[in-house]
Design a protein around this ligand. Structure first.
Ligand code: G3P
Ligand code: CA
Length: 231
């Protein structure tokens, strides 16, 4: 079962910062998950469109210039990183799940991945792009068929695995509250991976192992790794 650091090691460090990502790598996470929006054509890494919860800024990211956003404090003096900085940091240390949150992210992402393949030697097999916006995922699939794509859902949906398979996705990304044996079984029968968010507790980690899911998103990669190993 893969241990995916949710927004980096965000239980201990400021989420979606280079610090949290570097720490997750040090803690032995198999993968890093980050949330992405586009501002002025640049992909930036932050979870909420509103700035108040995770930075010292106010308002929404779309009200401000990129320059303003990049001088904000996202916790412990860390700036809001660009996705390019994340790619540079992660390199081939682990794989990366890029969750597209914002509008107009598809074209900048395609350009950035092409640049990273050229300049960083990035392998697309080390990238998994996910989104709740399945229309956006289909756009990416059309433009770059070999890109691995994951369809996020935050609710229980009938025949979800079949639907995701028919979209041509690589994986199902499901809320811990809605995962069940049937979904895991259906997904695996159809050749899909199953990733579950957000799994931090010992009992939940054991339950996910029992279900045979392929990976969990966790805010505590070090601890979760130990618990998963012991389980
Ligand atoms: O990608 C899994 C999970 O991060 C989706 O929900 O709100 O934490 O971005 P959220
Ligand atoms: Ca996310």
């Amino acid at each position: 079962m893969q241990i995916i650091a949710h927004r980096g090691a965000s239980g201990e460090f400021p989420e979606n910062t280079l610090l949290a990502i570097a720490q997750a790598i040090l803690q032995g996470a198999d993968a890093i998950e980050v949330d992405v929006y586009a501002v002025e054509g640049e992909l930036i890494v932050i979870h909420d469109p509103k700035l108040e919860r995770t930075t010292n800024g106010t308002g929404t990211i779309y009200q401000h210039s990129l320059a303003y956003l990049q001088q904000l404090d996202a916790g412990e003096g860390e700036p809001i990183p660009t996705l390019w900085q994340v790619l540079e940091l992660v390199q081939d240390r682990c794989w990366l799940n890029i969750e597209l949150k914002g509008k107009d992210t598809a074209q900048p992402l395609l350009a950035l991945l092409a640049k990273a393949e050229q300049e960083l030697g990035l392998s697309l097999s080390d990238v998994l792009v996910s989104s709740f916006n399945h229309h956006l995922l289909l756009q990416l699939k059309q433009a770059l068929p070999e890109l691995r794509l994951g369809a996020l859902t935050a609710s229980l949906q009938l025949n979800y695995a079949q639907y995701v398979h028919d979209l041509g996705m690589y994986s199902v990304h499901c809320d811990l509250n809605f995962i069940d044996q049937q979904l895991v079984h259906d997904a695996h029968q159809l050749g899909l991976k199953v990733f579950v968010y957000t799994v931090d507790g010992l009992d939940d980690i054991s339950a996910m192992q029992q279900l045979g899911v392929d990976g969990i998103f966790t805010n505590y990669p070090a601890r979760s790794r130990v618990w998963a190993f012991e389980g």
